[in-house]
Design a protein around this ligand. Sequence first.
Ligand SMILES: CC(C)(COP(=O)(O)OP(=O)(O)OC[C@H]1O[C@@H](n2cnc3c(N)ncnc32)[C@H](O)[C@@H]1OP(=O)(O)O)[C@@H](O)C(=O)NCCC(=O)NCCS
Length: 219
Amino acid sequence: MFKRMRSDIQAVFDNDPAARSRFEVIFTYSGLHAIWSHRMAHYFYRHRWFTIARVISQVSRFFTGIEIHPGAKIGNRLFIDHGMGVVIGETCEIGDDVVIYQGVTLGGSGKEKGKRHPTIGNNVVIGSGAKVLGSFKIEDQCNIGANSVVLKEIPFNSTVVGIPGKIVRQGGKRLDRLSHQMPDPVVDAMGLLQREIEGLQLEIEGLKQQLQGVPFSKE
Ligand SMILES: CC(C)(COP(=O)(O)OP(=O)(O)OC[C@H]1O[C@@H](n2cnc3c(N)ncnc32)[C@H](O)[C@@H]1OP(=O)(O)O)[C@@H](O)C(=O)NCCC(=O)NCCS
C-alpha cells in the first residue's frame, strides 16, 4: 500500500512542475486525496458494502470537488490536476499513468445499460473540460484536447479535439487541418439574395432594351 502511495506522489512530481515538496503534495493536492479515498471506497464496493463505499466517495467529493464512483477501476499513478468538477462513472476503467485535468467527465451517453462508461488506456492525457461519453475505448498514448466531447473509440497514439471530437494527429502525423469556419445560415441567405438581385437586374435591363426597340441579349 505504501509503495503505491509513494508512486502516486511521484506521479505528481512527474506531471506538475509546480509541485515543490512532498509535504505540500501530501497535504494540498486534492487529486491525490480523491484517489486515496477512492481506493478505500473501491475496497468496500468490491466487498459489496455499497452504502459505506458511496458515503466515502461523497465525503471525498465534498472535500475535493472530484466525484469518483466507488465502482470505477483505476490503474497506477493516475494524476488528477486541480481536480474540481471531475466526474468518473461507475463502469469506467482507467489504465496506468493517466493525467486528468479539471472539469473532465468520464460518463455515460445516457443510452447504454451495464458497461456504459469509457475505458481509458495507459499514458492518456485528458484536457480540462473534456467529456468522454459512452462505453468505448481510448487506446494508449492518446491526448484528448481541452473541452472536446469524445463519443467514439480513439485509436492508439492519437490526438482528438473539438465537438464532436475529431482526430487531428495520429502516430505523430498531422491529419487534415481543421476547418475552423462555422456554417453561417445568414451569410448563405445573403449570397442567395445577391444572386436573385443580379438576375432581376438583368431582366430589367432586357425589358428596358425591348421597350426602346433594341433586341435583348442576355450577354
Ligand atoms: C490537444 C492538445 C493536447 C494539443 O495536441 P497536439 O497534438 O500538439 O495538437 P496541435 O497543438 O498541433 O493542434 C492541432 C490542431 O488542433 C487545434 N486544437 C488544439 N487543441 C484544441 C482544443 N482543445 N480545442 C480545439 N482545437 C484544438 C489546433 O488549433 C490545431 O488546429 P489547426 O489544424 O487549425 O492548426 C492541447 O491543445 C490540449 O488541449 N491540451 C490540454 C491541456 C489542458 O487541458 N491543460 C489544462 C491545464 S490547467
